[in-house]
Write a protein that binds this ligand. Structure first.
Ligand SMILES: Cc1cc2nc3c(=O)[nH]c(=O)nc-3n(C[C@H](O)[C@H](O)[C@H](O)COP(=O)(O)OP(=O)(O)OC[C@H]3O[C@@H](n4cnc5c(N)ncnc54)[C@H](O)[C@@H]3O)c2cc1C
Length: 407
């Protein structure tokens, strides 16, 4: 089968990319291949459901820009498609003077990133959130919550109405790029496409290798474990409650999140995973583990982050340790309030020198774009990420204009 465009991956990034391409190229033939029986089965369907506003990220980084734009576009998309989202706002709570100083830096950064925030004093914080304790806070009114699976379902409908095809249970097993087309082996289908976009989340390094590339990173899975708060907490927390991040490890920090179903969760931690797609507590996949254990960058990362790794391990193994962290800013929480729910697994790209790659990362070949790293807030940022990828493809098409559909 021959197509103009083929997208691998039915998470939010793949779906947003397919939609962006079809909106700009009406009438083009496009197929999206997803290996699972349903869309959004991995990171997109196991996240906190937050529409971030983009204050944390380095000014000028892709993350900062695409997150800010993504928050606006996601909300507009939800309004257009009748998807419920709630502008609950977020409070970043400082519990001591060190955190208060860091909060000031964050305040400056939010201004540089063009995101509106308000300073909140101790008394005001108590009025806003009687069950939260802290000495000061930043309020981010633009932060919202949504169910990203619903966003994906609407994107899928959009893609089909624009003439695209979505094939489920179509695992891509081989990719061969030639000068005028790319051949994709998806189980029973052999597909030939003019342009390929690969958005495989937790399998990013493997798909790149499948195409004959030699990426300088590996995906290391990090489990994000959550608890749901007992029903006695329903309606007691008004905002999303976040700790002030440690600038050295900005992605760490267990937060209280209201979900669109009315429940409140706490999490996620960041525990080294033993399987990329195994959601049970002790899921283990020998191939997944051996791939990172044999990667020198993994050991360098472990050495650099030893103490936070131990702390996250304790968080995972002992509920009392996890509870202690939450009680720093929500002291009334009790052991019995925390009911475990299914974890999510982050695809974290780690480079050969042991650094965690924080920004979005793309790799281009003549006819393909590989999304190598799309960590949080990629769900928030997916719509502009999709447009950015479509632009990359179209610019390339401009260079080799007047191509004919291959095969
Ligand atoms: C615990 C957790 C909490 C998070 N919280 C938030 C949040 O609140 N807000 C936010 O903005 N972001 C959040 N994120 C980040 C966000 O969820 C991800 O960045 C985003 O979902 C990535 O989307 P994706 O499409 O790249 O990957 P995925 O959703 O993982 O999708 C990749 C898809 O590719 C498919 N695939 C892989 N290999 C193949 C193959 N060979 N053939 C065919 N298909 C294949 C997979 O089956 C999968 O469906 C969170 C992530 C986690 C894990």
């Amino acid at each position: 089968m021959a197509y103009d465009y083929c997208i691998i991956g039915g998470g939010i990034v793949g779906l947003a990319t397919a939609r962006a391409i079809l909106e700009k190229r009406p009438g083009a033939s496009l197929v999206l291949l997803e290996k699972e029986k349903t869309l959004a089965k991995h990171q997109t369907g196991h996240n906190s459901g937050v529409i971030h506003s983009g204050i944390y990220y380095s000014p000028g980084s892709l993350k900062a820009r695409l997150c800010r734009d993504g928050a606006h576009e996601t909300k507009a998309f939800c309004r257009e498609h009748d998807i419920y989202y709630h502008d609950c706002g977020k409070l970043i709570v400082a519990t001591d003077s060190v955190e208060k100083d860091r909060m000031e830096n964050l305040y400056q950064r939010s201004a540089e990133n063009g995101v509106a925030v308000e300073k909140v004093g101790e008394n005001e914080l108590r009025d806003m959130e009687p069950y939260v304790s802290g000495i000061a806070a930043l309020r981010v009114p633009g932060t919202a919550i949504v169910d990203y699976r619903e966003v994906c379902n609407a994107l899928a409908k959009n893609i089909i109405s624009l003439g695209g095809e979505i094939k489920l249970e179509a695992e891509v097993l081989a990719i061969r790029e030639c000068s005028s087309y790319v051949e994709v082996d998806a189980e029973s289908d052999m597909i030939s496409t003019r342009r390929l976009v690969v958005c495989p989340g937790l399998q990013a390094d493997r798909l790149a290798r499948l195409a004959g590339l030699n990426p300088d990173f590996r995906i290391v899975p990090f489990r994000g474990e959550y608890y749901r708060l007992s029903p006695r907490w329903t309606g007691k927390i008004n905002h999303l409650i976040y700790p002030v991040p440690d600038p050295a490890l900005p992605f760490l920090g267990i937060h209280l999140t209201n979900m669109v179903d009315g429940s409140t969760t706490v999490g996620p931690n960041a525990m080294l995973g033993m399987a990329r797609e195994g959601y049970r507590k002790f899921s283990l996949n020998a191939r997944d583990m051996s791939e990172y254990l044999l990667f020198s960058g993994f050991w360098k990362m472990m050495r650099k982050n030893f103490s936070s790794g131990v702390s996250e391990f304790c968080n995972s193994m002992a509920k009392s340790h996890y509870l202690k962290q939450c009680r720093k800013y929500c002291p009334d929480l009790s052991y019995d309030d925390l009911k475990p729910i299914e974890a999510g697994i982050r695809a974290q790209a780690v480079s050969r020198d042991g650094s965690l790659i924080h920004d979005f990362l793309f790799l281009d070949t003549e006819r393909s774009v590989f999304v190598c790293n799309a960590p949080s807030p990629a769900a928030t940022s997916a719509l502009p990420i999709g447009k950015a990828i479509a632009r990359r493809l179209f610019e390339r098409e401009g260079e080799s204009c007047k191509e004919k559909v291959a095969v």
